[in-house]
Design a protein around this ligand. Structure first.
Ligand SMILES: [Zn+2]
Length: 222
């Protein structure tokens, strides 16, 4: 089974992907990791990708598709994988479909975490992080405050706000996400393999709830 994770930055899709990967014993593949790995190993495609990334540009479709296909050809993902950050365009989705059909025709489902923008903005804007880099604990002054305001529960260091955790930056990121994700959401919707979860991010058990909803869906779509 291939599970494709979709959702805005800050929606918690990476965390959910990790949990689903444990639950179903599927490798969690994030495009970010693939890029880093290939750049480190200085593969041909890795060197190409690096030119774009180091200039702050989006890696073109052909390079991304090539890297993902080569990763998906490895033995540990023969029974499927969880894809996080790919596909990002309808073209990438089509290529992925063709690749799966040709090599390993097993089920694909797309899981979309659909959270209102205003909730995501609140979550990020009120986020504070432990200034001790080795700790790195994350709090939210509204939803998950530290016991003593401004002080990390775990290591006692000062909590700081990241520069890019401001409303303007978040709105910008969300706009890019919505512009890019429209066609891909429609693509999986049309294929009837899109499962949408609308999590209540204020719930303390939101992760467990998401996992059980996705499990329920997958049970009926094996
Ligand atoms: Zn800390």
């Amino acid at each position: 089974m291939y599970i494709i994770m979709l959702g805005a930055p800050g929606s918690g899709k990476g965390t959910l992907a990790k949990e689903l990967s444990k639950e179903y014993n599927l490798v969690h593949i994030s495009t970010g990791d693939i890029f880093r790995e290939n750049i480190k190993k200085q593969t041909e495609l890795g060197k190409e990708a690096d030119k774009y990334i180091s200039n702050g540009l989006l890696v073109p479709d052909e390079i991304t598709i090539g890297l993902v296909k080569s990763r998906l050809s490895e033995d540990d993902v023969k029974s499927g994988a969880i894809l996080d950050g790919f596909p990002r365009t309808a073209k990438q989705a089509e290529e992925l479909d063709m690749f799966i059909r040709k090599n390993n025709p097993i089920n694909t489902v797309a899981v979309l975490l659909d959270i209102p923008d205003e909730d995501l903005i609140k979550r990020v804007v009120k986020r504070v992080t432990c200034s001790n880099k080795e700790c790195g604990a994350i709090y939210n002054t509204e939803f998950r405050p530290s016991k003593v305001p401004g002080i990390c529960d775990i290591c006692g260091s000062k909590l700081v706000k990241r520069d890019d955790d401001n409303e303007e930056t978040v709105r910008g990121r969300l706009k890019i996400y919505h512009d890019n994700s429209k066609e891909i959401i429609k693509y999986y919707e049309d294929k009837n393999i899109l499962f949408t979860v609308k999590p209540n991010i204020y719930s303390p058990t939101v992760l467990e709830e998401n996992i059980s909803k996705v499990k329920g869906y997958l049970e009926t779509h094996k």
